[in-house]
Design a protein around this ligand. Structure first.
Ligand SMILES: [Zn+2]
Length: 178
């Protein structure tokens, strides 16, 4: 959980207790009447839909120009106009007519820290991508793909001291739950 263990930037500050961080966030959410599951569901809906759009664009644009060389090797002959078209389509992944999603693919997959201690039973999704969601209301938040799993399965938004924290109240506002 601390910096340098299961993730470079860590999930907790060195002198923090996990139980305290989780309890403080649960209390904030309780005050606005939003559950962890509601937040994770709404976030997953947006990320799943945006990823489906992204995959669809790649399939439509790149598949017709992909040449299979051997069973494991393909060659994609991408010219500048194809690349420009692809970039244009994936630059604005729009969901439900009001959220724009931008993905930054990370090198490697982020692992749930509970997995490391053998105490994670939930499904981990989106773990190799960071996201930025902008709402038509003007609100914008960024976070790691792993966060929807951390919220749903572990009620954890990461510590206020680490850069990957997603502020629960801001997330609820972005997703129109508060
Ligand atoms: Zn987990």
């Amino acid at each position: 959980m601390w910096p340098g263990r299961s993730s470079e930037s860590g999930f907790l500050g060195r002198d923090e207790r996990l139980a305290d961080v989780i309890a403080a966030d649960a209390e904030s959410l309780g005050r606005i009447g939003v559950t962890h599951e509601q937040l994770a569901d709404a976030l997953d809906h947006i990320l799943d839909s945006a990823l489906a759009q992204l995959e669809d664009a790649i399939e439509r644009i790149l598949d017709p120009i992909t040449v299979r060389l051997t069973d494991d090797l393909v060659e994609v002959k991408v010219d500048d106009s194809t690349l420009a078209r692809l970039k244009e389509e994936v630059a604005e992944l729009k969901i439900d007519d009001r959220y724009w999603v931008d993905f930054a693919v990370c090198l490697g997959e982020q692992h749930c820290p509970w997995e490391v201690i053998g105490d994670c039973s939930g499904v981990v999704k989106h773990a190799s991508t960071d996201w930025t969601i902008t709402s038509s209301s003007g609100a914008q938040l960024s976070g790691p793909g792993l966060i929807s799993h951390l919220i749903r399965s572990h009620h954890f938004f990461e510590s206020r001291r680490v850069e990957y924290r997603v502020e629960p109240i801001e997330l609820a506002q972005l997703l129109d739950l508060a």
